[in-house]
Each structure stands twice: as C-alpha cells, then as structure tokens.
Design a protein around this ligand. Structure first.
Ligand code: TIU
Length: 227
C-alpha cells in the first residue's frame, strides 16, 4: 500500500490505508440533539450538530477506500453498575443525571434512543461499535485488542467533544504508540474556545499528542492517491 501524505499541523501526516482506522467518537443524540446529556449539562449543542455534514463526507470516503471505521458511544448499563458514583453525583448536581428520564429516553444509558448514534452517521453492519463507560475509548473496552488484531498504527479521529472524549482518547492512543490525526472541522466542543485550545494542545511541541488538520486536506490527499 502506498503512503498517503496529508497537509497537517505541525507537519505532514503520513499513513497507509490498511494500517489506519477512522475512529468517530460519541456522535450520539445525547451530545447532538435537544434534551440530551450535552444540553442538560448547560451547553449549546449547535457546534456538535454542525460537524455531522463534513463528518459524513469523511465517513463515505473512508468506507469507499475500505478503511477500518470504528464508532464509540459513551454510556452505562441500565442499572448504573458501571457508572462511578463520583461521575453520577456530579451529573446530578449539574442537572444532567445519568439514568434520568429525558425526551430521548434515559440519559446516557445503553439501548436508549438518545444514547445511539445520530441517523446520518449510523454504523454499517460489521463496523465495530465500542461502548465505553469513560471518556477515553480505551478505558475498560476492547478497542486496543481490535486495533492490534487488525494491524492498525494510525488513528484518524473525529467526534465530540474535542476537549473531553476526543482529547482523552487521543492521549490514551498516543501513550499506546498510535499516530493520531484530529480532524478539526469534524470535531467540536460546546465552547469554541475549548475546541481551539484542544487543537493547539494536540499539535504543539512537534505533535506532542498528534497532528491536526481540516478534513478537506485529508480528502484531497486520498483523492490524489485514488487517481
Ligand atoms: N461534557 C462533555 O463535553 N463531553 C462528555 O461528557 N462526553 C464526551 O465528550 N463524549
């Protein structure tokens, strides 16, 4: 397989299609729709909704090129037995009680409508969906095992929110030896300042945690390879 070169910060990101996974973090209704966890925490969900369209384009390109696509969802068992009491207590104090009834079902609970991925980015059959109890996608999941078994070395990362689950996952991946590329316009935080700060933290000091770029740069690089 040929090496694909993507214009990125702080310098060019290189990957081979068969050694790379697109990982889409927590594009759940609970973070992108009214009445979900994100909104109940006191946030404006406009930024998380806005990335659905560009992310759809990246997802289509990844699928067309047979890149491994992995989806994650943050959430808990209906009996909350996998939810740390400290997390539960803080969510309740903030008015976004995990497990409370909302307009899309119980908040952040597996199997509920609000916990699932938005219609536009629904996984295809066979694409791994990682259900995670924490912010990081590696913590208490089989993500690492799947990546290892599939010979993955690079992660192209998108989703929500940039400063919470996306950044936590990139930090976890970095320590495990993966080269991560964050798609800036396919990830979002509720407050743009948190989004911008995360981008800077990731690519600073010579890609201390990884690289960042706009999705158009990725699509351009892949298109060049296709021709
Ligand atoms: N609160 C917030 O910004 N995010 C989360 O709680 N979870 C994820 O980022 N998925």
């Amino acid at each position: 397989m040929n090496t694909i070169n993507v214009e990125a910060k702080p310098y060019e990101y290189q990957f081979k299609m068969d050694e790379t996974a697109l990982i889409i973090i927590d594009m759940q209704r609970d973070f992108c729709a009214a009445g979900g966890f994100g909104e109940k925490l006191g946030n404006d969900i406009t930024p998380t909704k806005e990335i659905i369209k560009p992310l759809q384009q990246v997802l289509t390109t990844a699928r067309n090129n047979e890149m491994l696509v992995i989806h994650t969802r943050e959430g808990h068992r209906p009996d909350l037995s996998d939810c740390p009491p400290s997390k539960l207590e803080r969510s309740r104090r903030q008015g976004a009680g995990i497990g409370d009834e909302g307009p899309m079902g119980r908040i952040l609970i597996r199997g509920e409508y609000g916990h699932d991925i938005v219609d536009e980015l629904q996984p295809l059959e066979g694409e791994p969906v990682i259900d995670k109890p924490g912010k990081g996608a590696f913590y208490k999941t089989d993500l690492g095992l799947i990546l290892q078994n599939k010979g993955i070395k690079n992660l192209i990362v998108a989703g929500v929110t940039t400063h919470v689950c996306v950044q936590t996952t990139i930090r976890e991946a970095n320590d495990r030896g993966y080269n991560c590329l964050l798609l800036e316009d396919c990830s979002a935080a509720f407050d743009p300042k948190d989004h911008e700060g995360s981008i800077r933290m990731i690519h600073q000091q010579g890609a201390i945690f990884g690289w960042t770029t706009e999705s158009t740069n990725l699509l351009k690089a892949v298109e060049k390879e296709e021709n």
